[in-house]
Ligand binder design. Structure first.
Ligand code: ZN
Length: 128
């Protein structure tokens, strides 16, 4: 499962950050931005997260907040810039973004939407 390896590296990153604070109480919130073109399942990310922090008393198991990031594309032909056109495949009954310009069907470049990044990390620190 791809999501598990992604969320594992996020948790490792958070632990690295936790190690820099010796007055840390616990991790309150991890805000993760997930682009729609990363094709990561939010449920699978949450599930993996809970499994990973089960034995981590310093990370709350509901600390993960996922912010979906809409894809933004730019057309190489007509300079269209904006959302992608989502097509639906009958076979899978899921929306698959089409990799062509909604205006002219030309080739597109993806500006946003592939990312999976920690946008914010909220730590509860003890007052010194
Ligand atoms: Zn176009």
């Amino acid at each position: 499962m791809h999501e598990f390896s992604v969320i594992s590296s996020i948790v490792e990153l958070v632990k690295g950050e936790m190690g820099k604070h010796d007055n840390l109480n616990f991790v309150k919130e991890i805000v993760l931005e997930v682009g729609e073109l990363s094709f990561l399942s939010h449920d699978a990310l949450r599930f993996g997260f809970r499994a990973l922090v089960e034995n981590e008393p310093d990370i709350k198991d509901d600390a993960l907040t996922i912010i979906p990031i809409q894809a933004k594309v730019k057309c190489r032909r007509c300079d269209y810039e904006g959302a992608m056109k989502a097509g639906e495949t009958e076979e899978y009954h899921i929306a698959i973004p089409q990799f062509s310009c909604p205006e002219c069907n030309g080739p597109i470049d993806v500006l946003h939407g592939k990312e999976c990044v920690v946008r914010n990390l909220v730590l509860d620190l003890e007052d010194e």
